[in-house]
Design a protein around this ligand. Structure first.
Ligand code: ADP
Length: 479
């Protein structure tokens, strides 16, 4: 049994979670202990007790630990990537890439621990000096989703520790394997007991306790809109700091002047890679009249050539979706799209077994055309390999359609026009804008986050992470 990590010790539990491979549901990856309420409270106590001491640890100490963790993650990227692909279902190259990203994030924040500084200013009063410094927030609760089992934990845990906070980490139920491996690496990297704690379990139990406990000064959450809203209310009620990354309904515009292969390549990647299970995936392709038919023909050809198979098999383009619940949601939206009058031009069929006969949650990538912006498939996040094409008259209408959503995480445009690309970067209501690139796939050293209903609070990643994981102090000295 893989145990929880509380106050520097591995502790078992009376209940277990069976981690199953979505590419082959006969494959049990391992049994993981579920933390009970008293263990979560113990983890919070341990984190609270050591926080002040960890907050005063030297930048060198934090650098050494985070850098060692990053180096181990990078050195083991193939093995950890295999585990990740096995428990989540993204392809092996994608999974290895995600692990490398996690390793690089630890290395980035190791260096940031050395660079954390402040400002010294003269006061407006004579003989007085002013210093502006950053201090840790305290104990932070980190709640993560299943779609990036190691990168999202890394981009929360690494800055939290780098800036002197202590951590209670609750990973998603579906992917405890990568989270456990990360805890094991951090344990061996030399963190003092209590600085980092892993509590695996259900959101409604373990997550809820973290969100409600007064000793947890900040919550960083990535997940669904509904849970994010609940967390926001609980945090406001007890005046905790919080940061939310939630859904997306990311648009990608394709203009008449786009290079067809660039546009199709970006659309296939954005919409279908990782089985469409990325918050930055593009599920709305907004295509202008002059290129519409050529683009759709070429896109369908490309989609039909994608190999949907076991995530870890060489040559697989798209693995299974993560579990039955997600598959049911995808199929439900496909039925809704048909009922709304959209034209399903390819895909959308579930198949329960891969070509080797392994039972898994497989779904052929689906494309709808002739859709209208008000359809539910164009307004609600599906989170699967299901994409719609919306026709637009011209750039102006395409821009208006792109922004006509309650979300605002990422947005893309395929065009060879500098004028339209520049205009789109300025007028898109998204936190991240991509020109001639997929809407998903971002760097690890720059801010990540959205606007409108997608995100709340300061950005994650890069140097901007300091806004969330530190609190500012202004000191005045006379003499
Ligand atoms: P998804 O539909 O992608 O699973 P969720 O928002 O349900 O999205 O889950 C994201 C994370 O939030 C998971 O770690 C989950 O366990 C956790 N979670 C779910 N419900 C709650 C809750 N009421 N309080 C705190 N965390 C929760």
């Amino acid at each position: 049994m893989f145990k929880n990590y509380i106050n520097g010790e591995w502790v078992g539990g009376s209940q277990i979670y069976r981690n199953i491979n979505p590419s082959d549901t006969r494959d049990l990856i391992g049994e993981y202990a579920l933390a009970d309420a008293s263990q979560v409270l113990e983890a919070i106590s341990a984190a609270a007790k050591i926080q002040e001491k960890w907050g005063l640890s030297t930048p060198q100490q934090r650098f050494d630990i985070l850098d060692a963790a990053g180096a181990e993650i990078l050195a083991r990227r193939n093995e950890l990537g295999d585990l990740l692909a096995r428990e989540e279902g993204k392809t092996l190259p994608e999974a290895i890439g995600e692990v490398a990203r996690a390793g690089n994030i630890f290395k980035f924040f190791a260096a940031e621990a050395l660079r954390t500084g402040g400002e010294t200013l003269p006061s407006v009063r004579p003989g007085v000096g002013v210093e502006v410094t950053r201090e840790p927030v305290g104990v932070v609760g980190l709640i993560t989703p299943w779609n990036f089992p190691i990168a999202i934990p890394a981009w929360k845990i690494a800055p939290a520790l780098a800036y002197g906070n202590t951590v209670v980490f609750k990973p998603a139920e579906l992917v405890p394997g990568s989270a456990w491996a990360l805890a094991d690496i951090l344990h061996r990297a030399g963190l003092p007991a209590g600085v980092f704690n892993l509590v695996m379990g259900r959101g409604s139990e373990v997550g809820q306790i973290l969100v409600e406990d007064k000793r947890v000064q900040a919550i960083s959450f990535t997940g669904s809109v509904a849970t994010g809203q609940r967390i926001a209310q609980a945090c406001v009620a007890r005046r905790a700091k919080f940061q939310l990354e939630m859904g997306g309904k990311n648009p990608m515009i394709v203009l008449d002047d786009a290079e067809l292969d660039v546009a199709v390549g970006a659309a296939v990647n954005s919409g279908f890679f990782s089985a469409g299970q990325r918050c930055t995936a593009s599920s709305r392709l907004i295509v202008t009249q002059g290129i519409h038919d050529r683009f759709v023909t070429e896109l369908v050809r490309k989609i039909e050539s994608l190999k949907v198979d076991d995530a870890r098999k060489a040559g697989t383009d798209i693995g299974p979706v993560v579990d039955e619940r997600q598959l049911a949601q995808d199929l439900e939206y496909i039925a809704i799209g048909k009922a709304e009058g959209a034209k399903l031009v390819t895909g959308g069929q579930a198949f329960g077994k891969n070509p080797d006969g392994a039972p898994g949650h497989y779904l052929r990538p689906a494309l709808f055309t002739e859709t209208s912006p008000s359809m539910r498939i164009n307004r609600e996040e599906i989170f699967g390999p299901v994409v719609s094409v919306i026709r637009a008259r011209d750039y102006d209408e395409a821009l208006a359609l792109a922004n006509d959503t309650e979300f605002g995480l990422s947005a893309g445009i395929a065009t060879t026009s500098l004028k339209f690309a520049t205009h789109f970067k300025r007028h898109s209501q998204a936190g991240m804008v991509m020109v001639n690139l997929p809407t998903a796939g971002v760097d690890y050293h720059v801010p990540f986050g959205g606007r409108k209903g997608s995100s709340y609070g300061p950005r994650e990643q890069g140097r901007y992470a300091a806004e969330f994981y530190t609190t500012v102090k202004t000191s005045y000295t006379s003499g």
